[in-house]
Ligand binder design. Structure first.
Ligand SMILES: [Zn+2]
Length: 451
């Protein structure tokens, strides 16, 4: 067994052991739940900072509660390559979503020496990506990207605690969060390692994949209105909103499946909701994602056309309101090349390229600098669940690939230097929204992003 092989296994084992240690910091005893600006957040920030210092980094906590570390390059003050992901979780989470990216980044820095690279290397452990506590996602990475919205100070958690109050008890001041924003000229780019949250790498029997971009997403609230009547009403005289909604939901699945989009109806409300009354009104959510805004909106246009026709056949009215929209984020070609080269260095000759259906910190950071991502195979593609699992061999490959990618970038092998980030995010959604709106009202909040 070679020394290099032993080093790889040791790094991967350390990453997995640290993930186990982070998992012990939870708001619940029966599983993992770690949310923004809580005691658990404080505890894992302290651990991450300790491990960053052991890797030779200078550490600090930024104004948004992100744990940060920096290793200087050839001389102090050079622009930094950011490596990172998040340490917060959904309720009853697994132990690798986000966490793996932070720990792999620290493991890579352990292999680097100060004064060695033509850029600084920073690791950021974002405090909020999932949005579990305040219902708005990517709070940590949006602060770093400089896209934090002042009105988020008034967001409340399920116990009525405002973000402003939570920040204060964490030792932060929301009015100062703007100082967490990084300047584009101080950044070389951002690389993130993340579990795939899908089964494609497993099917392809590959440990790692090159992420091409992050899906364009929309969320809508769809209302189908009929007439609430006594259940003695004959079928020919009914305008049953729930039967209409059921047809609509089946049509949504059919259309999205045929077009290769991802569509999910996850919440349903029925009025009046009585056993002996024909439903008069149904409201359901629709989450729609695809690789590009055009593809997503083409699917949406077909869905709205079909469900409007289905509803008309039953004498029902349809209204759809856009509640969230997020443009697609394209990983920068120069950094995708670096990611691909990093994976090739692990022996994979033809790495799988795939887009991310889920949102990630990278989509927020893309507003400020070029981004790219590695996906790591996870068992069954399962995530946001205690059954999340990765293998030690795959983690070893991820650390090796990220390390190799940093070195390739340092050699200028894939362009090097800071690049403009503006092209990473699709142009304003207005045109797409208008095209997709059709018969529906398009009231949307352009700043929202969806994990
Ligand atoms: Zn994540």
């Amino acid at each position: 067994m070679s020394a290099a092989f032993l080093a790889r296994v040791t790094d991967a084992r350390l990453v997995l052991d640290r993930a186990d240690e982070l998992a012990t910091h939870s708001a619940r005893t029966d599983g993992i739940e770690r949310t923004y600006l809580t005691a658990e957040h404080r505890a894992v920030n302290a651990l991450a900072a300790k491990w960053m210092r052991q890797a030779g980094m200078r550490t600090w906590q930024d104004a948004a509660g992100n744990a940060c570390g920096r290793l200087e390059g050839l001389r102090p003050g050079l622009p930094a390559l950011l490596l990172g992901s998040h340490l917060d979780t959904v309720p009853d989470a697994g132990r690798y979503d986000g966490i793996l990216g932070v720990l792999a980044a620290i493991a890579v820095v352990t292999r680097l020496r100060e004064g060695e690279l033509p850029f600084a290397v920073e690791v950021i452990a974002f405090g909020d990506e999932e949005g579990t506590r305040f219902g708005t996602t990517l709070l940590g990475s949006r602060a770093v990207a400089g896209t934090w919205q002042p009105e988020w100070a008034d967001l409340t958690d399920p116990h009525g605690v405002t973000l402003r109050e939570a920040a204060r008890s964490f030792g932060l001041d929301v009015d100062d969060i703007g100082s967490a924003a990084r300047r584009a000229e101080d950044l070389v780019g951002y690389l993130e390692v993340h579990i795939e949250q899908g089964p494609k790498l497993e099917s392809a029997q590959q440990a790692l994949g090159v992420v091409t971009g992050i899906a364009a997403a929309r969320r809508l609230s769809v209302t189908i209105e009929g007439e609430a009547r006594h259940c003695a009403t004959p079928f020919g005289s009914r305008h049953d909103a729930l039967v209409g909604a059921s047809e609509a939901i089946l049509a949504i699945e059919d259309i999205a499946r045929a077009r290769g989009s991802y569509a999910t109806v996850g919440a349903l409300r029925v009025e009046p909701g009585a056993v002996n009354v024909i439903p008069g009104l149904v409201e359901f959510s629709l989450d729609l994602r695809d690789e590009t805004a055009e593809a997503r909106d083409a699917t949406l246009a077909e869905i709205l056309e079909r469900i409007t026709a289905l509803a008309a056949d039953r004498g029902l009215a349809v209204r759809a309101e856009h509640t969230h929209v997020a443009p697609a984020v394209h990983c920068a070609p120069r950094l995708r090349d670096v990611v691909r080269a990093g994976i090739r260095a692990t022996g994979e000759r033809d790495p799988l390229e795939l887009f991310s259906v889920a949102g990630h910190d990278a989509m927020a950071i893309a507003a400020r600098t070029d981004v790219a991502m590695f996906f790591v195979r996870c068992a069954g593609g399962v995530s946001h669940h205690p059954d999340e699992a990765v293998t030690e061999a795959d983690v070893a490959a991820a650390v090796d690939a990220l390390h190799a990618a940093v070195l390739v970038l340092a050699e200028g092998g894939a362009g090097g230097g800071a690049g403009p980030a503006a092209a990473a995010v699709e142009p304003a959604e207005a045109a797409g929204a208008a095209a997709a709106a059709g018969t529906v009202g398009a009231a949307e909040s352009g700043q929202r992003v969806l994990p």
